[in-house]
Design a binder for this molecule. Structure first.
Ligand SMILES: *Cc1c(COP(=O)(O)O)cnc(C)c1O
Length: 380
């Protein structure tokens, strides 16, 4: 870190526990630096248990996991994949890696995730235009469970396989069941800003043993079963290293603790920013049965009640050496995706214009939280 970073409050920095180094140490001592080793198998078993799924393949990033997930669902050149507009670009980029086209769908106001009604419109319209989408990609943004009962019912009705991008939602649940295990394939990210991190990493989960085997095969250069290097299919180098998996094993021990702290931070902001005119801490409340990991706490400003905008608040926090970020800019507004079809758009465009993410890292103290709340109050 640079010296001016010393008292900077970051949005969601890595938060290591006490045991990561033991696992990394052991890997180096045992010379399990390559290839796949015991940390990798252990990390995958930990993820299976936490996500309540049968199989896990640890990969170099969440983006790589989404890419492989789409390939497993049969997405290829010329296909269309339904995807929320309101998400990080890494959700949709792999659709393009496959030579397919994203079909963007608006959010609904309660969860900020894909709107089931808009999804039906999109499906009917694509089919009327002569092409049924190949797959449905769902996201649980900021850790909040999407409206899975309605969305999965639509997927079943239209016979679409589902890829669940749970990159931000490790530890979130719906009716007691962990997110990531609802789709045909699920994806987690262990990037540096996520609730748990391996510095960089991801995982693909599924209950289908054949799909897991195929993912492992594709992630390691698609080597045929032969004594020499023979390849019949296009492969990738997407496997996570045994060293980074060691960090992951130490981190997985902390999942429940980290979710608890993120939820406390959300509740703290909600309590201490209450009563500020023109601002509310979002998204609250959770729908019945939903339990969000509250990965990032976000605020929404109401322009009818305050002259402050997300950008004026962000700039003011910056003068106090506090990092904040606008909500994800919807993908249908991105120059990269200007040609992609979009169904609806008013909901996520409005959220983007009014929202800001606040520092939510689990290592924050109550004094840090007070510093942020004070700066937000000043900005309003
Ligand atoms: C972080 C993230 C990803 C990508 O994960 P990486 O590990 O950074 O490649 C994908 N989707 C969403 C919603 C994310 O937040």
């Amino acid at each position: 870190m640079r010296s001016q970073d010393y008292d900077r409050l970051f949005l969601s920095p890595p938060h290591l526990g006490r045991h990561e180094l033991n696992y990394v140490h052991k890997a180096i001592e045992d010379n399990w630096v390559a290839p796949a080793g015991p940390n990798l198998a252990g990390f995958e078993a930990d993820i299976c248990q936490a996500a309540g799924v049968g199989h896990c393949v640890a990969l170099s990033s969440g983006t790589a996991a989404i890419h492989l997930g789409l390939l497993l669902l049969g997405v290829g050149p010329g296909d269309e994949v339904l995807c929320p507009s309101f998400t990080f670009v890494a959700t949709a980029n792999p659709i393009v890696y496959c030579g397919a086209t994203p079909i963007f769908v608006d959010s609904e106001a309660d969860t900020w995730n894909m709107c089931p009604q808009r999804l039906r419109e999109a499906l009917d319209d694509r089919i009327a235009q002569g092409k049924k989408p190949r797959a449905l990609l769902l996201v649980h943004l900021y850790g909040m469970p999407a409206r899975l009962p309605e969305l999965l019912a639509l997927a079943a009705e239209y016979e679409l396989p589902v890829l669940e991008d749970a990159a931000e939602a490790l530890g979130s649940r719906l009716n007691g069941q962990p997110l990531g295990g609802f789709g045909t394939v699920g994806v987690f990210s262990f990037n540096g800003n996520k609730i748990l991190t391996t510095s960089s990493g991801g995982a693909l989960v599924t209950n289908d043993a054949a799909l897991a085997g195929k993912a492992r095969f594709l992630a390691t250069q698609a080597k045929d079963d032969a004594p020499y290097y023979q390849h019949s299919e296009l492969g990738y180098n997407y496997r996570l290293s045994n060293i980074l998996a060691g960090i992951g094993r130490g981190q997985m021990e902390l999942l429940e603790e980290r979710v608890k702290r993120r939820r406390e931070i959300f509740a703290w902001y909600q309590e201490h920013l209450a009563g500020l005119s023109g601002l509310r801490v979002a998204l609250a409340p959770e729908l019945p049965g939903s339990r969000s990991n509250r990965w990032l706490t976000t605020i929404l400003l109401n322009p009818a009640e305050t002259a402050a905008t997300p950008e004026t608040v962000r700039q003011h926090l910056e003068t106090r050496n506090i990092e904040s970020r606008p909500l994800w800019k919807p993908l249908h507004l991105q120059p990269l995706f200007r040609a992609a079809p979009m169904y609806g758009g008013a909901v996520c465009t409005d959220l983007f214009s009014r929202g800001l993410c606040l520092p939510s890292g689990t290592a924050m103290t109550d004094a840090d939280l007070r510093r942020v709340a004070e700066a937000v109050r000043e900005a309003l």
